[in-house]
Design a binder for this molecule. Structure first.
Ligand code: DAH
Length: 371
């Protein structure tokens, strides 16, 4: 009986030893370990059955099982380290690092000119007491048009070259906002009329229209302004925008003209022009000369827009304005074409003086151009 058992155990030991020497990878080896030494493994179950034997046999068989166990354990450890070395060697052969290669050069970029303009605008208007708010790029038809007094049949809807999203289950189509003006509505809706004196907001952000040429991009940027209070009038609008134009273009005596215009959401409306000289070669000098250049749209918030958000136009008045940031940036830096704004080309940044020319530094981390 005992000798039969011993024979069985030695046979098992040989089988396991054999399978360890034949096994192909770490997975295989782990399976062998589980099947022999695991909780329900073959060797373990022999150990568990020891209690069935008398004391003398228990000692003899127990010692044999433990010997086999130790042997198998050692063989598994040895094989494991063999596989690990093999994996490492394969990696060393296939993954070469050539330390003699010229390092990859990361040139230092700079803040995108548009980010710069946004920062400048925020600083200029912050000095005049404005706060900054933002709104969503994807808008409902209501905020983008209807609430701004642009009803369904209004011709301004066609002029906006709107990108429409697929209609939802109720047939409502959202739009990529065609201007930042919808955020005026969102901002006014949040006003607590009980505790309200005056608000001054600017709203920079991305806007979208289906239009693409040297001076139009399907995605562009605008900055909206909104001031609302009890005694706000056209004089405030003029003072604020003259101050802005002169500060942004850095021209103390910059001529600024308010030209009557039409926007559905303001009444009266005015387009703001600045004095400039258009040279024969097509270039512009801002601030001197007989010509005028359109910079932004503005007006007193239309009473219907105020009523739409529950504000009584006989108690509160406000003014609003909106401007294209690409255009403002192009004018300030004399950039004729808008398309390279989105190319992330360092040569272009250098050409317009946004990056020091001799600064190809080797460094990692934040680099490149971003908008
Ligand atoms: N939303 C107008 C546009 O995209 C710009 C504009 C004009 C905004 C007059 C205003 C405003 O707030 O009062 O062309």
């Amino acid at each position: 009986m005992i000798s039969e058992l011993k024979e069985k155990l030695l046979k098992l030991s040989d089988e396991i030893t054999n399978s360890i020497s034949l096994c192909k990878d770490l997975n295989d080896l782990e399976n062998i370990r589980i099947n022999s030494l695991g909780k329900k493994g073959t060797i373990t179950s022999y150990l568990k059955n020891l209690r069935e034997y008398d004391e003398v046999s228990k000692k003899e068989i127990g010692a044999l099982i433990n010997d086999i166990k130790d042997k198998v354990n050692n063989l598994i450890l040895e094989k494991k380290s063999f596989f690990k070395t093999q994996i490492l060697n394969e990696k060393l052969i296939t993954e070469k690092i050539d330390v003699t290669l010229t390092p990859y050069e990361n040139e230092t970029g700079s803040l995108h000119p548009l980010s710069r303009t946004i920062e400048e605008l925020c600083a200029i208007f912050a000095d005049m007491g404005f706060s900054i708010v933002e709104g969503p790029d994807i808008e409902t038809d209501y905020y983008n048009f209807t609430a701004l007094n642009i009803p369904y049949e209004h011709p301004a809807r066609q002029e906006h070259d709107t990108f429409y999203l697929h209609p939802d289950e109720n047939g409502n189509r959202k739009v990529l906002r065609t201007h930042t003006s919808p955020v005026q509505i969102r901002t006014m809706e949040k006003i607590d009329l009980e505790n309200f004196d005056e608000i001054r907001y600017i709203i920079p952000g991305r806007t979208y229209r289906s239009d693409h040429d040297a001076t139009h991009s399907p995605m562009f940027h605008q900055c909206e302004g909104l001031v609302l209070g009890k005694n706000i009038n056209m004089g405030h609008l003029k003072g604020c925008l003259i101050e802005f134009c002169r500060t942004y273009f850095n021209e103390e005596n910059l001529p600024v003209r308010f030209r009557p215009s039409y926007f559905p959401f303001t009444e009266p409306s005015a387009e703001v022009d600045i004095g400039c000289k258009k040279e024969k070669d097509g270039s512009l000098s801002i601030g001197s000369g007989e010509d005028w250049l359109e910079i932004l749209g503005s007006g007193m918030v239309h009473p219907r827009v105020l009523q739409g958000v529950g504000i009584d136009p006989s108690k509160y008045q406000g003014f609003a304005f909106g401007m294209g940031l690409e255009r403002l940036t192009m004018l300030k830096y004399g950039i004729p074409d808008l398309r390279p704004f989105y190319d992330s080309d360092l040569r272009w940044l250098k050409h317009y003086g946004f990056v020091p020319v001799d600064n190809p530094s080797l460094h990692s981390g934040l680099n490149g151009v971003f908008s």
